[in-house]
Design a protein around this ligand. Structure first.
Ligand code: UDP
Ligand code: GLC
Ligand code: MN
Length: 352
């Protein structure tokens, strides 16, 4: 009799733990990391990001939103690494609100990010820019609520929209688009719009403030170096904001070492970590049929010098960032570099 009760309790407990496990599994499969790539170069970032998440053993699903700007062969590669490759329109011609957006080209391609609210197969998600890199496990972000994000280093009463926790919801998507139409975005991108929409983020609930270690933006290493030195080891997600992306750094394929400008300082180690993941997991699967840098990198043979075309393309990217007005003041475009270039030219003289 006692034996029977004992076994009944054991069975009951077993079933309880089993259903608990099932419930947890279900919750996890309804949660996802989401990123975006509208071309093959940003897809390189997305691929490295996915591998960085796998490296730390995430239990959540990996989703990448792509537009037709990503080549089919790159989409195949993304499919091999992400659980889901979700095709989205830069502008949906069937959507009256979106169509009206056509008249606002200045809003920029980052508005495509807003499609993440339409991923309603998932319950809760964390959006990560394709230029972020996960350094340590951070699945605990899924315990946070919409809308959680970390402060922007440029204006800390605003959040940076490179990392945020959200709940997919078609209504939120629609409201965001109508806000885009009525008020627009104060920075021309998604960050300005989202800060207007979630405008009580700074004051309402401190739990919605993600610690900076979940979105350590690259300029912090020079704008507040002592803090970077003190807290840098705890960083879980690094974000390479601005034009100075890891994939546009000079990379010596012979030694597999990245060679950023000397002013990159500690960022160099983060760039190198990005390139280590790239060499191990991404480079072997690149194809010349991909576009831009992805195609150029596919020609690169590790252990041999980079082909001239690759170096030229990286230089071109840095230069066009300058021409668009987004100079890398503390990096390759730093005053010292410009000054030494000027002196070089002056010293050469007109006929030399
Ligand atoms: N993005 C993209 N294609 C572009 C520009 C941006 O796919 O041409 C996506 C990508 O996920 C990127 C995000 O939008 O990480 C935001 O852009 P970016 O990271 O360059 O902005 P930053 O963080 O430097 O301000
Ligand atoms: C920001 C964010 C980025 C966003 C962009 C446009 O600096 O880092 O995620 O897409 O601005 O608003
Ligand atoms: Mn970014």
């Amino acid at each position: 009799m006692i034996f029977c009760i004992y076994f009944d309790i054991k069975k009951g407990l077993g079933a309880y733990y089993f259903s608990l496990k099932l419930a947890r599994l279900f919750i996890k499969s309804s949660q996802a990391w989401v990123t975006l790539a509208t071309n093959d170069s940003y897809s390189l970032g997305a691929l490295v990001l996915a591998h960085s998440l796998k490296r730390v053993g995430t239990t959540r699903r990996l989703v990448v939103m792509v537009t037709t700007g990503v080549t089919l062969v790159m989409q195949d590669q993304l499919r091999a690494v992400f659980d889901e490759v979700h095709l989205v329109d830069v502008l949906d011609s069937k959507d009256a609100v979106n169509l009206a957006l056509l008249a606002r080209p200045d809003l920029g391609i980052t508005f495509t990010k807003l499609h993440c609210w339409r991923l309603t197969n998932y319950n809760k998600c964390v959006f990560l820019d394709a230029d972020t890199l996960v350094l340590q496990p951070c699945d605990e972000l899924f315990d946070r609520e919409e809308f959680s994000a970390a402060p922007d280093p440029g204006w800390p009463d605003c959040f940076n929209s490179g990392v945020f926790v959200f709940r997919p919801n078609e209504d939120t998507y629609k409201s965001l688009l109508s806000l885009a139409l009525s008020k627009g975005s104060f920075d021309g991108g998604d960050q300005g719009l989202l800060n207007t929409y979630f405008n009580d983020w700074a004051t309402r609930d401190i739990n919605r403030h993600l610690p900076f270690i979940y979105n350590m933006c690259s300029p912090s290493h020079y704008s507040y170096l002592p803090a970077f030195k003190q807290f840098g080891e705890g960083v879980k997600i690094a974000h390479f904001i601005g034009p100075n992306k890891p994939w546009s750094q000079y990379f010596d394929s012979e030694t597999k070492q990245v060679r950023p400008s000397p002013t990159a300082g500690h960022l160099k180690y983060l760039f190198q970590f990005w390139w280590d993941l790239f060499c191990a997991h991404v480079h072997p699967h690149l194809s010349p049929d991909m576009a831009g840098l992805a195609s150029a990198f596919s020609q690169m043979k590790l252990g041999e010098p980079s082909p001239a075309a690759t170096v030229e393309l990286q230089e071109h990217l840095r230069r066009s960032a300058w021409e668009q007005g987004s100079m890398d003041f503390m990096g390759a475009d730093a005053f010292d570099n410009i000054w030494s270039k000027i002196m070089d030219t002056v010293n050469k003289g007109p006929n030399k």
